[in-house]
Design a binder for this molecule. Structure first.
Ligand code: CA2
Length: 153
């Protein structure tokens, strides 16, 4: 069975409570519920996790990659700073779709650079909570394309 791990970085636990103009009104629990419904319909095993800690996210990426699971990753602010996350993606061979709620390219310049994008399959940004569903679908089709093949080296 294909597994997809949806990993969320710092402060995303606050979703729906602050800055709704930037991040929308959906809570992380709402996003998880939508993804669980989609995963069940598609016969995919879903793991959903949020952490404010970089090391926990590094471990989660490694575990997903080494297990051959796909990853939908909203690394939050670590997107723009974390060499460790980038190394975890590259080192574990994880197939990762980077997602963002907001259109990071329409915001402050420090959000324009992603350290992880070069080692991801692709990036989806700017569609609010729907970015996660789009990321899930993109990740699932990539996983189905390579089903049966060993993880990327
Ligand atoms: O747009 C996204 O999904 C981001 O990954 C969100 C991050 C931000 O640092 C990235 O540049 C883009 C911030 C997540 C913080 O989420 C909050 C939600 C509600 C209230 C405050 C923060």
């Amino acid at each position: 069975m294909i597994a997809i791990h949806v990993l969320n970085g710092p402060n995303l636990n606050l979703l729906g409570r602050r800055e709704p103009d930037v991040y929308g009104r959906a809570t992380l629990a709402d996003i998880e519920a939508d993804l669980r419904a989609r995963a069940e319909a598609e016969g995919v095993a879903l793991v959903f996790l949020q952490s404010n800690e970089e090391g926990a996210l590094v471990t989660a990426v490694q575990e997903a990659g080494l297990a051959g699971a796909g990853v939908v990753l909203n690394a939050g602010a670590y997107t723009h700073t974390s060499i460790a996350l980038r190394d975890a993606i590259a080192g574990s061979g994880a197939r990762v779709v980077e997602v963002h709620l907001s259109n990071v390219h329409a915001r402050e310049s420090f959000r324009h650079r992603s350290l992880i994008a070069p080692v991801c399959l692709g990036v989806i940004a700017g569609f609010g909570a729907e970015s996660y569903l789009l990321g899930f679908d993109a990740c699932l089709s990539a996983m189905r394309r390579v089903a049966g093949a060993p993880a990327r080296q």
